[in-house]
Ligand binder design. Structure first.
Ligand SMILES: Nc1nc2c(c(=O)[nH]1)N[C@H]1C(S)=C(S)[C@@H](COP(=O)(O)OP(=O)(O)OC[C@H]3O[C@@H](n4cnc5c(=O)[nH]c(N)nc54)[C@H](O)[C@@H]3O)O[C@H]1N2
Ligand SMILES: Nc1nc2c(c(=O)[nH]1)N[C@H]1C(S)=C(S)[C@@H](COP(=O)(O)OP(=O)(O)OC[C@H]3O[C@@H](n4cnc5c(=O)[nH]c(N)nc54)[C@H](O)[C@@H]3O)O[C@H]1N2
Ligand code: SF4
Ligand SMILES: [Mo]
Length: 751
């Protein structure tokens, strides 16, 4: 019998940061009809790759259906309009790049490089990220490159750096098999990192006593179903909780004195700070019973092999960095780091958020975990890139929301948005929309046509996406996977890195931007990481293709599969003294606490079957059927108090605006809190622009906005409030835009 997997290819799933291995089978399988999506496009079938060490053949519903998302609704040609009230017209790539080049030259000669900014994405491949850095930070002389990772991982980056001296998650997925306590804080792992959650759940089901699961989340979620202890704390009280646990660990003598003595500094200040974090006070601030707190603190004091996992419930806070450091403090106090089953493990959100950090993908970073503010680092990168000394500006560039504020003040001439959809995902959306009106040129490179951000663009550049371009991605456990181009590029689309390289050449940097392939780009990046914490100088596309995914550090000359599972096994950290630091931050709480007018705390998160702004997942019937609409979760007491009824509509209002959504009354959420999903932007049927309600106040250290909490009020509504953008004019324009693409005619007719 013919091998059913003949001609299959291996890659990393392009959705979440678990980074599962996928095996992709061509549309035509021996003896079977060609598989097609609802519009007749041939589709590749995805299944778990058994050879991938991170996921060992497992896959969730998003990964399994990714093949159905790759053709529908795609942007096919470059499109341009001089002003937002005009219709888009197709232009050639040559014209599109000339427009960009002209704008850049004109801005450089006028306002200078600071008037140019790019907002990129953890969904870039590493090669895209790397060349975006080189173009903006090296060639143009502006550090105004930031990414949606600012909304996602920047508190983790800042927290690791403050506590351990460098970014870099020290753990690996195998730790889920070894830990005696899994401490899940601010993560709905079951829905957002499903394959990791299943790995833990399987172990728990096999032998419930083998691992104790603690979940800290104001809501009961699918994740809390596995919990031995669910601490449903008040939103934003995590730091108080962590300090309270530390207080009890010290009181119980549960500290690892040898580890503290040999490997840490700063305990005295920290111990002094948390002396006031008594159990009674902590339980009150967190809104939990003292007994619950004591039980969980006893685990920290007594158990070995404690693994903590966290994501957005921690990072997306005005005190996000402080909470990350507060969690690392507990690991330092108990010596739970660098050993099997132990350590502070941030689960990255996007498939290549990690690669982005390695490639310098935030406004204060340079490739190889280097810092813009460090003169030596700048000189190393300038020399490697072949730019004059001083080419890289010495100050960090504008972080994501600072770019918006700069537009508001009329200081940006060009805002280039690539592989992210900020008109859904950024906070304070109405303010963002107003700011955009002040920017003379907004460029959007996206794989799909009907993104909300496209409505605010002058120039749309069609991007080839995962499966159409070769590149590397790094998952949460520092494992790099080669992702081959196995399908033809859609329409006239081009990989992001190719756009950046061609623009670099057009701007006169022929030598710096001439590459024959993505493999050459990767080779240059990899060489630049030699000797750094995230050393991948021994990796290449060729090695990854031949030997499969590899974990870093992987210095030049390393043998395949010799990458380190864990960092800091020797208890030497990346600080100048080699010691990890206790960080003593006082508790602040929410930036916008509830008040008499807005008495509820809204939190915004995710559903298992939807991915962010739904440009891909809305195309899959199975996923749409799982989550046909956005739903407001509210506790029965609050529903009664505000007069809203299960299944009816409610208006949710904050200081910044209102949205409507269907109500689900549920005692799974804490009284005083309500929940909305982030997914439904204004161009979706059932639009519910949750981020209209959210504020932009951010952690002062990481600049990550508090996207997990805003003060709101809820009231019954009689009809769905349609976002302003859903007017006939805009929809008609979008319909034309979509029909540029033959395969999307049906999508357009749905509008
Ligand atoms: N299905 C799916 N999976 C995804 C994504 C997706 O869009 N869809 N996106 C990926 C990306 S980029 C990311 S960043 C991750 C995000 O992954 P997660 O962080 O797990 O997901 P969220 O739903 O944003 O938020 C997690 C939880 O934080 C809780 N929370 C809210 N406020 C607080 C608080 O004050 N304290 C605590 N302790 N918890 C709080 C919420 O109730 C929620 O259950 O998911 C990744 N995986
Ligand atoms: N209130 C609230 N807001 C949030 C969050 C939250 O929890 N609460 N989460 C935040 C977080 S953690 C994140 S990560 C963001 C996510 O928010 P976004 O980044 O805005 O979400 P996506 O829908 O993933 O956007 C990715 C875009 O890139 C396009 N794309 C896909 N592949 C490619 C490619 O190869 N090249 C190019 N050029 N384009 C491509 C897709 O079509 C899509 O338009 O949202 C943030 N916003
Ligand atoms: S768990 Fe994440 S990486 Fe794995 S298949 Fe699902 S979406 Fe893809
Ligand atoms: Mo994210």
């Amino acid at each position: 019998m013919a091998d059913p997997s003949a001609g299959s290819v291996r890659s990393q799933c392009p959705y979440c940061g678990v980074g599962c291995g996928l095996e992709l089978l061509p549309p035509a399988q021996p003896g079977q009809a060609v598989k097609r999506d609802a519009e007749g496009n041939p589709i590749w079938t995805a299944r778990g790759d058994r050879q991938h060490p991170s996921s060992q053949g497992q896959v969730c519903i998003k990964g399994a259906t990714v093949g159905e998302t790759l053709d529908r609704g795609r942007l096919r040609d470059p499109l341009y309009r001089a002003t937002l009230d005009q219709e888009f017209q197709p232009v050639s790539w040559d014209q599109a790049l000339e427009l960009l080049e002209e704008r850049i030259r004109c801005t450089l000669a006028g306002k200078g490089p600071q008037a140019i900014a790019m907002y990129g994405s953890g969904q870039f491949h590493t090669e895209d990220y790397y060349l975006a850095q080189k173009l903006l930070k090296g060639a143009l002389g502006t550090n105004n490159f930031d990414a949606n990772s600012r909304l996602c991982m920047s508190s983790a980056v800042a927290g690791y750096t403050r506590s351990l001296g460098s970014d870099g998650p020290p753990c690996c997925y195998e730790d889920l098999d070894h830990c005696s306590v899994a401490f899940l804080i601010g993560t709905n792992t079951a829905e957002c990192h499903p394959v990791l959650f299943q790995r833990l759940l399987k172990r728990k089901k096999r032998n419930p006593k083998d691992v104790t699961v603690v979940v800290v989340d104001p809501r009961a979620t699918d994740t809390t179903k596995a919990a031995d202890h669910h601490l449903a704390i008040k939103p934003g009280s995590d730091l108080a909780l962590l300090h309270g646990i530390a207080h009890l660990v010290i009181a119980a003598g549960g500290v690892d004195a040898d580890f503290i003595e040999e490997a840490t500094e700063g305990l005295a200040d920290f111990a002094q700070l948390i002396a006031a974090a008594t159990p009674a006070r902590t339980a009150e601030i967190c809104g939990i019973r003292e007994q619950q707190l004591r039980e969980v603190a006893t685990l920290w004091a007594q158990r070995d092999r404690i693994l903590s996992l966290w994501s957005m419930g921690v990072n997306q806070r005005r005190e996000g960095t402080a909470v990350v450091c507060g969690l690392i403090n507990l690991h330092l106090l108990t010596g739970q780091i660098g050993q099997p089953g132990a350590g502070p493990f941030s689960l990255t959100g996007q498939p290549n958020a990690m690669g982005g950090r390695e490639a310098g993908g935030l406004a204060h970073l340079l490739p190889g975990y280097r810092l813009v503010a460090n003169a030596e680092h700048r000189a190393e990168v300038e020399a490697a890139w072949g730019f004059d000394p001083g080419a890289i500006a010495p100050a960090p560039g504008l972080a994501a929301w600072q770019q918006v504020e700069a537009m508001e003040r009329g200081e940006l001439d060009l805002w280039w948005v690539a592989a992210t959809n900020p008109l859904v995902s950024m906070p304070n959306l109405e303010r963002l929309k107003r700011a955009l009106a002040n920017c003379p040129m907004v460029v959007v490179s996206d794989a799909y046509a009907d993104t909300e951000t496209a409505h605010y663009a002058h120039l749309l550049l069609p991007a080839s996406q995962w499966s159409e371009k070769a590149g590397a991605m790094t998952n949460s456990e520092r494992r790099v996977t080669y992702c081959p181009a196995y399908r033809p590029r859609h329409g006239q689309s081009r990989p992001d890195w190719e756009m950046f390289a061609e623009l670099g050449r057009r701007l006169g940097f022929e030598r710096q931007f001439s590459y024959g392939s993505a493999a050459e780009v990767y080779a240059e990046f990899a060489a630049l990481t030699a000797g750094r914490v995230c050393d991948v100088s021994g990796l290449s596309h060729g090695l990854l293709e031949e030997h499969g995914p590899q974990q870093w550090p992987f210095p030049q000359g390393s043998a395949p599969s010799s990458g380190s599972k864990r960092l800091y096994g020797d208890a030497r950290f990346s600080t100048p003294s080699g010691r990890a630091r206790f960080v003593a931050d006082a508790v602040q709480g929410l930036a916008e606490p509830p008040c008499a007018i807005y008495p509820l705390v809204l939190t915004v998160g995710r559903y298992l079957g939807q991915w962010h702004t739904m440009t891909r997942t809305a195309n899959v019937a199975r996923l749409q059927n799982m989550h046909p609409e956005p739903v407001l979760e509210i506790h029965p007491e609050d529903a009664h108090r505000f007069g809203v009824v299960d299944g009816a509509l409610a208006a949710v209002s904050s200081r910044r605006g209102s949205v409507t959504a269907k109500v689900a009354v549920s005692d799974r959420i804490r009284p005083g809190s309500v929940f909305l999903p982030m997914h439904w932007g204004f161009s979706q049927d059932n639009a519910c622009e949750a981020n209209v309600l959210m504020h932009e106040e951010a952690c002062p250290i990481s600049q990550q906005p508090e996207l997990k909490a805003a003060a709101v009020v809820v009231a019954p509504a009689v009809s769905l409030l349609k976002p302003l953008e859903q007017t006939a004019g805009r929809l008609q324009r979008l319909r034309r835009l979509l029909t540029q693409d033959r395969t999307s005619e049906k999508a357009a007719s749905r509008l």
